[in-house]
Design a protein around this ligand. Structure first.
Ligand SMILES: Nc1ncnc2c1ncn2[C@@H]1O[C@H](COP(=O)(O)OP(=O)(O)O)[C@@H](O)[C@H]1O
Ligand SMILES: O=C(O)C1=C[C@@H](OP(=O)(O)O)[C@@H](O)[C@H](O)C1
Length: 273
């Protein structure tokens, strides 16, 4: 019997925020979120353990040890990484054969019940699970399509603020639903980086944004820079590592906290430990 597993997930950035009712989309980046899963006392994560028992119709409790964390409440998908890692870890512990979209739908339902997501965030779950970029309809919990992202460097600028998605002003996003048509059109043309920029701009109108970080990146060789959806983290895309490194040094000299990353096209994986 498997006693303990280690789940290797990562962060993702927002390509289209689904709060308005528009299609959701996220792209995976190489920023590790690692969780060990075993049977035992869940501590603070009792609700998550209960959701796993419910999903697999089993008794007992599960223990989750987060080894590498993603900065939380920044628009980098820490909550989806948490729920997905727990579910997939428990699935492997139990030898269950739940995989793919069915597993992701259970995660989406659990995320809403746990108060960690507004729509279930199938876009974020799918990007972390498959890698690359996912486009989803979160209202009907369906994946529309997945695709690969270009293998490019991505610089993440963290914020000292936190924005919890459950407290987002979703009514304001809904009022702006029509503005997201531009984002959806770009998604359908698979122009993901352009969609990401327009999405970040629209979210900024509601949430505000870190204009200094965005302009510093655009003035220093970023091909694209914007808030990651509702943010507050900001992301920039570069042609090569050298351009990213020069920009990262400039931001660091201004006292900004940055993480060097790149788009990631491989999926989540689990090892027995
Ligand atoms: N490692 C973790 N341990 C416990 N809770 C976590 C962890 N990571 C994320 N969370 C929960 O997820 C919330 C952040 O989710 P959310 O507001 O959707 O932002 P994001 O998913 O973009 O980071 C945190 O406030 C916390 O409740
Ligand atoms: O809670 C949700 O349903 C969502 C949260 C957002 O992600 P972040 O919380 O990472 O900003 C958003 O981009 C996604 O489309 C849906």
């Amino acid at each position: 019997m498997v006693e303990s597993v280690r789940v290797h997930a990562d962060a993702a950035v927002t390509v289209s925020c689904a709060f308005s009712g528009a299609l959701g989309s996220a792209a995976k980046i190489d920023l590790p979120f690692t969780m060990d899963v075993s049977r035992g006392d869940p501590g603070e994560l009792r609700g998550l353990s209960r959701e796993c028992s419910r999903a697999f119709s089993v008794g007992g409790e599960f223990h989750f040890e987060v080894v590498d964390r993603i900065p939380e409440a920044q628009g980098l998908k820490s909550s989806s990484a948490l729920v997905l890692s727990a579910m997939i870890g428990v699935s492997r512990l139990l030898g269950a054969e739940l995989e793919g979209e069915e597993l992701l739908r259970l995660c989406a339902e659990a995320s809403v019940r746990l108060g960690l997501s507004v729509t279930g965030a199938l876009d974020d779950l799918s990007a972390i699970y498959y890698g690359g970029v996912s486009v989803t309809d979160n209202a009907s919990n369906r994946i529309i399509f997945t695709d690969r992202m270009p293998d490019l460097p991505v610089l993440v600028v963290e914020s000292s603020d936190r924005r919890i998605s459950y407290s987002a002003r979703v009514d304001e996003y809904r009022k702006m639903r029509r503005a997201w048509r531009a984002v959806e059109n770009l998604l359908m043309r698979r122009e993901f980086l352009e969609a990401m920029v327009i999405d970040g701009y629209l979210c900024s109108l509601i949430e505000g944004s870190d204009g200094d970080a965005i302009s510093t990146m655009l003035l220093n060789s970023a091909t694209h820079a914007c808030q990651s959806g509702k943010g507050p983290a900001v992301v920039g895309v570069f042609r090569n590592e050298g351009d990213m490194e020069r920009c990262a040094s400039i931001l660091e000299s201004k006292g900004r906290r940055v993480k060097r990353s790149r788009f990631k096209n491989s999926g989540i994986w689990v090892e027995h430990i």
